[in-house]
Design a binder for this molecule. Structure first.
Ligand code: NDP
Ligand code: TDO
Ligand code: MG
Length: 291
């Protein structure tokens, strides 16, 4: 299949580039050719490239900055996915769109199912929810994958932040009352290609649905940081003491849900892919970052 990926340097885009199987022809388009805030470029790129499938993995991902740039975040995350999906529908292409655990408010006391009510508590989450709704209403064949706490050797992410902070400080204070599922961008890439493989055979398989796809198990940010640093020491990297603090002691422009754990069983049932337990996927990424 001919697969068009939005973005080239993002965490998931770079992971897709590394994991692309030989049977797919994968094209990456980024700014200025494709600018999700400039909708004309979307039509132009889709008509020129005529993909069979689109992986929309580009997004406005700066959670705190989105609070002060809501219009740009909404254009990129909320409106552009609908424009892209309608362009896909016009040429008969499918679209796989990535969304986030931050569409939930975190008040539930168990991992979230796809059927649980959404209620974002920050601008980023609101814009990503609008994007989901726009894709679902587009008429294109779609799958929406909500993932969470993404890390990789690429771009900006919590793992790289913690390793960098440990090189500067002896003690890190990290929030310990927000729970979620760290997810390797490589695992997301594998899941996306699994969808492509299935749709190459049966384009309707599991189509027009939302899925949760996150790393196995669960943790909080402080425990995640401790594990990153334990792996760092094991590979000769820096160490630091992690002091767990409540989110109320770490004020940020955007509120974050205290529980955004995702239940990924529906995707496993439909597509036969289960992401490894989060520590298992974390180890090779930390090793690579320290190499
Ligand atoms: N990171 C995370 O923790 C999580 C991410 N997600 C979702 O997963 C997807 C992938 O995230 P991830 O790979 O981490 O994202 P990154 O932040 O690593 O990359 C974002 C990409 O989007 C591109 N982009 C931003 N604005 C525009 C624009 N106006 N036009 C075109 N491209 C643009 C960036 O381009 P450039 O390099 O030029 O800036 C970059 O390639 C996103 O949909 C995100 O919402 C979901 C849950 C968690
Ligand atoms: C750097 C740092 C962060 N924190 C806290 C702040 C926050 O509650 C938590 C994580 O901070 P970050 O800014 O790395 O993560 P954040 O931007 O909230 O990450 C989110 O990104 C978007 C794109 C998503 O879709 C989500 O799934 C999620 O991954 O850790 C500390 O407590 N101490 C620190 O030193
Ligand atoms: Mg990306």
């Amino acid at each position: 299949m001919r697969i068009l990926v939005t973005g080239r340097d993002g965490q998931v885009a770079r992971s897709l580039a590394e994991r692309a199987p030989a049977q797919h022809d994968v094209i990456f388009v980024q700014r200025p050719e494709l600018d999700l805030a400039d909708f004309d470029t979307i039509h132009r790129v889709i008509e020129a490239e005529r993909p069979d499938l689109i992986f929309n993995v580009a997004a406005y991902t700066a959670v705190d900055k989105a609070e002060s740039e809501p219009a740009l975040a909404m254009a990129v995350n909320g409106t552009a996915p609908g424009v892209l999906a309608r362009a896909a529908a016009e040429i008969g292409a499918g679209i796989v769109h990535l969304s986030t655990d931050y569409v939930f408010d975190g008040t539930l006391d168990r991992p979230y199912l796809e059927t649980d009510p959404v209620s974002p508590i920050n601008v980023y989450g609101e814009t990503k929810l609008a994007g989901e709704q726009a894709v679902a209403a587009s008429g294109a064949r779609y799958a929406i994958l909500r993932t969470a706490w993404v890390y990789s050797p690429f771009g900006r992410n919590f793992v790289k932040t913690i390793l960098a902070l440990a090189a500067q400080r002896d003690e890190l204070t990290i929030v310990n009352d927000q729970w979620g599922c760290p997810t390797s961008a490589f695992d997301i890439a594998d899941a996306l290609f699994r969808i492509a493989d299935r749709w190459a055979v049966d384009p309707q398989h599991g189509a027009d649905a939302i899925y949760h796809l996150a790393g196995g198990g669960e943790t909080n940010w402080a425990e995640f940081a401790r594990e990153i640093l334990a792996m760092s020491i094991a590979h000769g990297g820096k160490d630091a003491e992690v002091r767990g603090i409540p989110a109320t002691d770490y004020p940020t422009p955007a509120r974050r849900p205290s529980n955004s754990r995702l239940d990924s069983r529906r995707f496993a049932q439909l597509f036969g892919y289960v992401a490894p337990e989060w520590r298992a996927s974390l180890a090779p990424v930390v090793r690579r970052l320290l190499a």
